[in-house]
Ligand binder design. Structure first.
Ligand SMILES: Nc1ncnc2c1ncn2[C@@H]1O[C@H](COP(=O)(O)OP(=O)(O)O)[C@@H](O)[C@H]1O
Ligand SMILES: [Mg+2]
Length: 256
């Protein structure tokens, strides 16, 4: 049975989707049967996961609405071991309230993840920013959680909030393992960034923090614009190598 790994953060724009997509691709390249599930109504996974041209845009929300079967929203990618479930057709009202409440009260998310975990070695779930109803529900169904943190001064204010939130979920779901905080978009030589990273290392216990960072790299954003994970498009790039390294570390922990 596979593991479910949620990628969660307090804020948007911190590299959550980038992490989810590159990590999933790195797992797949190790030969692990991997599914990335997008439950963020913003639906960014669609643009960077290496989906084939002319792919379906249906996804989890369509499955929730009962208009498609699960097998029809599992999409192939350029990597044989990587499949994608997009978020699909989320109604465009500002707060996506129908989608969120359907997930919060219904059983379809746990059911879908239970099926996914039976068929895959690893299921990576990309979540909306914050700890709203959707993300909480994902955490309740997950085995592990990873928190990307962008190296910028504001993280010092938002980090305690997300850690408290995750602790409160772990309190009721003790099986959930906190895999750690991953510093993203690290720029060596940028004083503010280096200060932030040093501050985070001082204030967060070492066992909760990965001892390497994901460097800021044009190859990462360029790959996303080109529609493929950086670990596939630019495997020699330092950021890609950091994601491969992360996949190695995590895969070691997943082994029973
Ligand atoms: N390591 C990186 N180097 C350069 N750009 C990055 C890196 N990680 C993320 N980005 C860029 O930052 C922006 C936000 O990243 P994204 O993964 O979409 O964040 P989130 O999912 O948390 O909103 C995107 O434009 C993405 O291409
Ligand atoms: Mg995102």
């Amino acid at each position: 049975m596979g593991a479910i790994l949620a990628v969660v953060s307090q804020k948007g724009g911190v590299g959550k989707t980038t992490t989810a997509v590159n990590l999933a691709a790195a797992f797949a390249r190790r030969g692990l049967k991997t599914l990335i599930v997008d439950v963020d109504p913003q639906g960014s996974v669609r643009y960077g996961a290496g989906l084939r041209q002319g792919h379906s845009t249906l996804g989890f929300a369509d499955y929730l609405a009962g208009t498609v079967a699960l097998r029809d929203v599992i999409l192939p990618t350029s990597l044989p071991w990587l499949r994608v479930m997009l978020v699909g057709s989320v109604a465009d009202n500002a707060d996506h309230s129908d989608y969120s409440s359907e997930i919060a009260v219904g059983d379809l998310l746990p059911q879908m993840l239970a099926v996914a975990r039976e068929r895959c070695d690893i299921v990576v779930v990309d979540t909306p920013p914050g700890l709203g109803a959707v993300t909480r529900r994902v955490l309740e169904c997950s085995d592990r959680v990873l928190v990307p943190l962008q190296c910028e001064p504001l993280v010092l204010q938002t980090t305690p909030q997300i850690l408290r939130g995750i602790q409160s979920v772990v309190a009721t779901h003790p099986a959930l393992v906190f895999d750690g905080i991953l510093l993203t978009m690290y720029e060596a030589g940028n004083a503010a960034c280096e200060r932030t990273a040093a501050h985070v290392r001082q204030h967060i216990p070492a066992k909760l923090l990965f001892d390497f960072t994901i460097p800021r790299s044009a190859a990462v954003s360029d790959a996303f614009s080109a529609g493929v994970p950086a670990v596939v498009r630019s495997p020699a790039d330092p950021a890609s190598q950091a994601y491969v390294n992360l996949a190695t570390r995590l895969a070691e922990r997943f082994r029973p």
